[in-house]
Design a protein around this ligand. Structure first.
Ligand code: AMP
Length: 147
């Protein structure tokens, strides 16, 4: 049997846990009692957003039903805002489970990327301009707040 290099135990010091604790800054798009949405710092396309549950879940295997539902509903809000702000229909919803799949942050998260599977940029490759991320976060947040 193949040995898998899996991270199955939740690390309280992972970068998204630090965001939820208010220990590091991020560009917020939306927040409610069960989820947080913010700009991906190394976007695979302009407007790349991550949605995380406020639950200590490494990946999909750990996600509790109420948080799964909440992440999906927040993802829907974000996607609808991306469609409006970027004036495009095509939004990729992506989620990686395990290092073998390319997961690099071991707190469950959904990627929402205004792009096409045929044009998608490299994963976690280049830092975006912070001012630009802040401006996009504010645009998306304004659209979500108006709904
Ligand atoms: P994954 O490889 O699916 O675990 O994705 C992790 C994502 O988190 C990548 O797209 C990274 O660009 C993103 N990321 C890493 N650190 C930060 C951070 N401090 N703020 C926002 N996004 C981040």
């Amino acid at each position: 049997m193949t040995e898998l290099n899996q991270q199955t135990i939740y690390d309280d010091n992972n970068i998204f846990a630090k965001m939820l604790n208010g220990d590091i800054p991020y560009h917020k798009v939306y927040e409610d009692d069960k989820t947080l949405a913010f700009m991906d710092i190394m976007p695979q396309a302009e407007g790349h957003v991550l949605v995380i549950p406020k639950q200590k879940a490494v990946d999909l295997a750990d996600l509790e039903p109420e948080y799964a539902a909440a992440v999906l509903m927040t993802s829907k809000k974000v996607m609808q805002a991306q469609r409006q702000v970027f004036e495009r229909e095509g939004i990729i919803q992506m989620q990686l489970n395990g290092a073998q799949a390319g997961q690099t942050v071991f707190h469950y998260h959904v990627h929402l990327i205004p792009s096409s599977i045929h044009e998608l940029g490299r994963h976690a490759a280049a830092m975006a301009d912070q001012e630009k991320l802040a401006a996009i976060a504010s645009q998306l947040a304004t659209v979500i707040d108006a709904e």
